[in-house]
Design a protein around this ligand. Structure first.
Ligand SMILES: [Zn+2]
Length: 358
């Protein structure tokens, strides 16, 4: 059986999996790592070698390629990580190093792009041609698939949604700009807002405060989730406000890209549910077709499976040198167009008689 290995690269752990052509995970391997850049590469190699030996030992099939999901900017050849702030990589020839050490064709892709591709191929967006994945965690990341192609931009930095400026001269962001979306709609923003509200309305925040040490500073993200489930009005309002920021930001993304599906996931608890569909609609005009909002179906099963889907060659004979995004995407395009694609949630597009350039 044709197999690929996907590896999710985190700052403190490396998680890998063997994935078959249908996206099923046949084996997993996970190792802790130090933040030292050389140590991270050595751990990735160890995880890949471990999985290759598992595939051989258990007779699972032939591993054809390795896909790496990296939390950073990746060059257009998908061989070099240009910059990864959490691992201190700069112009790191990661795929080359892993390929040389493991003897397998290897590519690296930004982890959010890989997740979007996984949802497009196998997950919540498999019936769509145009999909936007938004990852809401400590910040906001994402990936864009338009016309069955992953949109990477000229420098591999497309879909950095978290740094869309929503509030001119707003809160200072880690990227150096002010008013970025992730300062208002991420997990960190939820925590900040909950603490603010708890400080202002201590009398209403008993449930939330009692989960910690009784102070607003002692509130954690987990506390907010638990308190909201128990009906704490302050926790619920914190979710509501972050959901509004999330929804209005998605409306801007929808106005720009017009995706059929938003896939909203990440570490922030149930972001898709705190973002109401009504607010994700950019207009109430009857002709506007709102995007469907979904939670991830595929990538949440294993973070390692998404880069595996990206690594999969469309032909067993394909080597890393011959891989090109165009070939991969063309094959996927043919695959999708050969199917009868129907989306019962999505009504037919209506023409807008009054739509103008203004
Ligand atoms: Zn920013």
């Amino acid at each position: 059986m044709s197999l690929t290995i996907g590896v999710d690269i985190g700052g403190t752990k490396i998680a890998g999996g063997i994935v078959d052509v249908r996206g099923a995970i046949l084996a997993r391997s996970r190792q802790e790592t130090e933040r030292d850049p050389r140590e991270v590469v050595a751990t990735i190699v160890a995880v890949v070698r471990d999985l290759v030996s598992v595939a051989a030992r258990d007779g699972l099939g032939d591993v054809e390629a390795v896909g790496l999901g990296a939390p950073g900017f990746v060059d257009e050849t998908r061989q070099v990580v240009r910059f990864a702030p959490n691992i201190d990589w700069a112009e790191e020839p990661l795929a080359v190093a892993v390929s040389a050490a493991c003897g397998l064709p290897t590519i690296v892709e930004n982890d959010a792009n890989a997740a979007a591709w996984g949802e497009f191929r196998f997950g919540a967006g498999r019936a769509a041609h145009d999909l936007v994945a938004v990852t809401v965690g400590t910040g906001i990341g994402g990936g864009i698939v338009l016309g069955d192609r992953l949109v990477r931009g000229a420098y591999g930095m497309a879909a950095e949604f978290g740094h869309l400026v929503r509030v001119p001269d707003g809160r200072l962001c880690g990227c150096g700009k002010r008013g970025c979306w992730e300062q208002y709609a991420s997990g960190n923003a939820l925590l900040r807002k909950a603490r603010e509200l708890a400080a202002e309305r201590r009398n209403e925040a008993h449930t939330l405060l009692d989960l910690g040490d009784g102070t607003p500073e002692g509130v954690t993200g987990q506390h907010i989730t638990v308190a909201a489930r128990e009906g704490d009005p302050v926790a619920l309002e914190a979710f509501s406000r972050i959901g509004r920021w999330l929804g209005t930001g998605l409306a801007d993304v929808a106005a720009l890209l017009d995706p059929a599906v938003f896939v909203i996931g990440g570490g922030c608890p149930r972001p898709a549910t705190c973002c109401s569909r009504r607010r994700a609609r950019p207009s109430r005009h009857r002709w506007w077709r709102p995007a469907t909002v979904r939670t991830p179906r595929w990538s949440r099963r294993s973070s390692a499976t998404t880069p595996a889907s990206w690594a999969r060659p469309t032909s067993p004979a394909r080597t890393a040198e011959r891989w090109s995004p165009g070939r991969t995407h063309l094959a996927t395009l043919r695959h999708h167009r050969s199917r009868r694609v129907t989306d019962p949630v999505r009504p037919a597009r209506r023409r807008c008689p009054g739509r103008s350039n203004g």
